[in-house]
Design a protein around this ligand. Structure first.
Ligand code: NAP
Length: 463
């Protein structure tokens, strides 16, 4: 039997799957991959983050399913690194490890009033409407009239669009049932999207902003003449601006032409404004903002500079959507500022030991490069990490472990009473959710509690 390398991949989102796919693509190497996830369900943000009305994007899971069909792949869901398994276990039973745990937390605005009830992170809300078990009990006041979403990235647009859609539009998606019920009771009238810089600096992409022109029951508008460009911005849009920036600007101009407001809800794009305080006695009541002007730094970057022009608006619900942030893992170096694991081309740098590189530990995805890029970006990222891993194996003359018994780790989990979920188990749940969705013309109806997920898998296995 030829020697194979045993690889542990921690995290089953796009980053983890692309890294696994890249390992299996190597013709002259033999890999066995065990993938771990703290949830019993795979796919990370594809299941728990991508908007429920973006089913086309979610269909990327088909690629991951093909990777999972490889005979040398195993999935261990419901197994948490740092609780059920530890770095010492991984280094004892696996030759190499790739951490692909993403960036599950959010960044805060650091303004007074941010902790008031009614002020939330977009991360929480997105996970809630996507049926993430950790968030299913969260409460959001959808009887609010005025909602503010802070940030101009694709997540902010997802949140605003979901809030703007009618429950009937959402009812054909795989949005969590409890969330759909709440959307039927929604009293939301105004949704404000607030960007601290101008339309040419917006972080969203054209496909996503164009969707606002197609909303059934929400008019969309650009507030306060913020599409007018100064001389420098005009020159930029005519010359060096990217294709996406030019398209974004064209779409925003199209939006601004609308002056017939007939629909029940309104989405307001407000650029060049920063929240400076959230006001309220017991919960969110108002938001105080300052208008900004754009200033160019010596390095060419454009930053927002506050003017003396303030505004206060009624607000009942506020979502900050200013980017995700990684969480540290036990015994793994972490850079608190960037929320990433320090690495060189995917190989972990052990800062505590004068930048020594860890030969057997690697990272990929958002925990490697920060929360940027689309799902596909993780593919290139995985290529870099796997290449680096192979190069290190050769340079350091690493040898695969001798023990070939693939059941050892499984036994360890059983000894620790970890109720792990295999990929075959997940397929039983997948089938159950899809069948339940069929009857209501929905892609699936998600099961949103870990306890219930485990019960359903057991019931199905008994049949
Ligand atoms: P993002 O794209 O980095 O956008 C963050 C936004 O927050 C920017 O508009 C940023 O403005 C703003 N911001 C940051 N700090 C702020 C502050 N202190 N005050 C006010 N505004 C602040 O992050 P994201 O929306 O969370 O998305 C994460 C990644 O996932 C992105 O790469 C995104 O494209 C991707 N994603 C893609 C899709 C899709 O393809 N449909 C959907 C969701 C997410 P500045 O530019 O001024 O910093």
């Amino acid at each position: 039997m030829s020697a194979f390398w045993k690889i542990a991949v921690i995290g089953s989102g796009p980053a983890g799957f692309y890294a696994t796919g890249e390992l299996f693509r190597q013709q002259s190497w033999s890999f066995k991959v065990d993938m771990f996830d703290r949830l019993p369900t795979p796919y990370g943000l594809v299941r728990g983050g991508v908007a429920p009305d973006h089913q086309k994007i979610k269909s990327v899971a088909k690629i991951y399913n093909r990777i999972a069909e490889n005979k040398d792949f195993r999935f261990f869901g419901n197994v948490e690194f740092g609780k059920d398994i530890f770095r010492s276990d991984i280094l004892e039973f696996y030759d190499l490890v790739i951490y692909a745990v993403g960036s599950p937390s959010d960044r805060s605005l650091k303004i007074p009033g941010e902790e008031l009830p009614g002020s939330h992170s977009a991360t929480e809300f997105v996970a809630w409407y996507n049926g993430h078990p950790d968030f299913s009990e969260h409460k959001f006041n959808l009887s609010a009239k005025n909602v503010f979403v802070i940030g101009m990235g694709n997540v902010a647009l997802d949140v605003a669009r979901i809030l703007a859609k009618t429950p009937d539009e959402l009812s054909k998606t795989d949005i969590a049932d409890y969330a759909l019920e709440k959307f039927y009771e929604s009293k939301i009238e105004n949704i404000w999207l607030v960007g601290r810089r101008g339309p040419l600096q917006a972080a969203f992409t054209p496909v996503e902003v164009r969707e606002f022109l197609e909303l059934k029951n929400a008019d969309v508008m650009v507030e306060g003449g913020t599409l007018q460009l100064d001389v420098e911005s005009q020159r930029f849009i005519e010359t060096t601006a990217s294709k996406d920036t030019k398209k974004n600007y064209e779409i925003l101009k199209e939006i601004s032409k609308n002056n017939k407001y007939k629909k029940k809800k309104r989405v307001h794009f407000l650029f060049l404004s920063s929240p400076i305080e959230i006001l309220g006695s017991k919960c969110v009541e108002k938001i105080r903002m300052v208008r900004n002007v754009l200033v160019k730094r010596d390095d060419g970057t454009i930053y927002p500079k506050a003017t003396g022009d303030f505004m206060e608006e009624n607000a009942d619900l506020i979502f900050r959507s200013i980017g995700y942030h990684g969480n540290p893992l036990p015994e793994i170096p972490f850079d608190q500022n960037s929320g990433t694991i320090p690495n060189e081309c995917g190989q972990i740098i052990d800062k505590r030991k004068d930048k020594l590189l860890r030969t057997r530990e690697y990272v990929t995805g958002w925990i490697k490069r920060g929360p940027t890029g689309v799902i596909g970006t993780n593919k290139q990222d995985a290529v870099e990490t796997v290449n680096r891993m192979l190069k290190t194996i050769i340079q350091e003359k690493l040898k695969p472990m001798e023990q070939n018994d693939n059941s050892v780790f499984e036994s360890l989990l059983k000894e620790r009473n970890v109720d792990f979920v295999s990929f075959e188990d997940w397929k039983l749940l997948d089938e159950y959710e899809i069948n339940n969705g069929n009857s209501q013309d929905r892609p699936r109806i998600k099961v949103t509690s870990i306890e219930r997920i485990l019960e359903i898998i057991q019931e199905k296995k008994r049949k």
